[in-house]
Design a binder for this molecule. Structure first.
Ligand SMILES: NC(=O)c1ccc[n+]([C@@H]2O[C@H](COP(=O)([O-])OP(=O)(O)OC[C@H]3O[C@@H](n4cnc5c(N)ncnc54)[C@H](OP(=O)(O)O)[C@@H]3O)[C@@H](O)[C@H]2O)c1
Length: 253
C-alpha cells in the first residue's frame, strides 16, 4: 500500500480484465478512488471485489455516447471530480491483410479504438477536468509503430492514438497531461492466441528480457504517468513497454 495517488479519482475503461484491471488494482493500492467500467456488469462487480480498496463500477459500452455520459456522471457523483482517465478498452475484430477488410469491421475498430478515447477524453474534460486539471493515459500498442501482416487495421488505430495523445497534450496543457503506453505482448485474454502454448515461448525469446509482459508491468508504467510527483513535466509522450522486443533482437540458440 502506498499513497502516490491519495485523494485522486481515476476512471479506467475496460477495468474488468487484463491490463485495465491491473491498472485499477495498482491505482487503488496507491490510494486512488477508482471507477471501473466495461460492458458486462457481472465482470465489473467481480473485478471490483477482487481489487478491493475504494473501487466502484458502472457498466457501459465505450462506443455509446449515452453510456459514456452515464459512466462519467456516476464517477463524479459517487467518487468526486475525475483526476485521471485511462482509455484502456479496445477491440480487434479482424485479422488479415488490411486491404481485404470489410467496411463493418473497419468502422468498428476505428469507433472503439480511436473515436471512443477521443470522446471519453472530451467527456471528462467537459465534466470538470478543464477547471481542475488531471491526467489522461491512452493505452496504445507497440503495433502503432509497425506494419503487420495480420494486425494492420488495429495498428492503424493504435498509431492514431499516439498522434491523438500529442494533439490533445498540446491542447489540454498546462493543467492536464496526456500520455500513452505502447505495450508489446501482454498475457491477457485479448492476445491469448498470440502467447498460449509453445508460441508464447518463441515470442519471448525475441525479447531481450526473455519473457512476455504481465498486466502489472503496464500498471507500473501507468502509475508513473498518472502520478504528478513522478511525471509532472511529461506530456504528449508514448512509452514503449515490450521487454525490448522492438529493438530487433534475435536470441541465438
Ligand atoms: N494484451 C496485449 O498483448 C496488448 C498489447 C498491446 C496493447 N494492448 C492494449 O491494451 C488494452 C487492454 O487490453 P487487454 O489485453 O487487457 O484486453 P482484455 O483482457 O481483453 O480486456 C479488455 C477489457 O475491455 C473491456 N471492453 C472491451 N470492449 C469494450 C467496449 N466496447 N466497451 C467497454 N469495455 C470494453 C472488456 O470487458 P467487457 O468484455 O466486459 O466489455 C475488458 O474489461 C487495449 O487497448 C489493447 O489494445 C494489449
Amino acid at each position: 500500500m502506498g499513497n502516490r495517488l491519495e485523494g485522486k479519482v481515476a476512471l479506467v475503461t475496460g477495468g474488468s480484465r487484463g491490463i485495465g484491471k491491473g491498472i485499477a488494482k495498482l491505482f487503488a493500492r496507491e490510494g486512488a478512488k477508482v471507477m471501473i467500467t466495461s460492458r458486462k456488469a457481472e465482470s465489473c462487480e467481480e473485478a471490483a471485489k477482487e481489487i478491493g480498496g475504494t473501487v466502484d463500477f458502472e457498466p457501459g459500452h465505450i462506443g455509446k455516447q449515452e453510456d459514456m455520459e452515464r459512466v462519467i456522471g456516476a464517477t463524479s457523483d459517487r467518487l468526486g471530480a475525475i483526476d485521471i482517465l485511462v482509455n484502456n478498452a479496445a477491440t480487434n475484430p479482424y485479422a488479415g491483410p488490411m486491404i481485404d477488410v470489410d467496411r463493418a469491421r473497419w468502422d468498428k475498430t476505428l469507433e472503439i479504438n480511436m473515436t471512443a478515447p477521443m470522446f471519453w477524453t472530451q467527456g471528462v474534460w467537459q465534466a470538470g477536468m478543464k477547471e481542475t486539471g488531471g491526467s489522461i493515459l491512452n493505452i496504445s500498442s507497440v503495433g502503432g509503430f509497425h506494419t503487420s501482416p495480420i494486425l494492420g487495421v488495429y495498428d492503424v488505430t493504435k498509431a492514431a492514438l499516439i498522434h491523438m495523445t500529442k494533439q490533445l497534450a498540446a491542447e489540454l496543457g498546462p493543467k492536464t497531461r496526456v500520455n500513452a503506453l505502447a505495450p508489446g505482448l501482454i498475457k491477457t485474454d485479448f492476445a491469448r492466441v498470440l502467447w498460449e502454448g509453445e508460441r508464447g515461448g518463441e515470442v519471448a525469446k525475441a525479447y531481450p528480457l526473455n519473457r512476455l509482459g504481465e498486466p502489472d508491468d503496464v500498471a507500473k508504467a501507468a502509475l508513473y504517468f498518472c502520478d504528478d510527483s513522478a511525471s509532472g513535466w511529461v506530456t504528449g509522450q508514448t512509452l514503449i513497454l515490450d521487454g525490448g522486443g522492438s529493438i530487433g533482437f534475435k536470441r541465438v540458440g
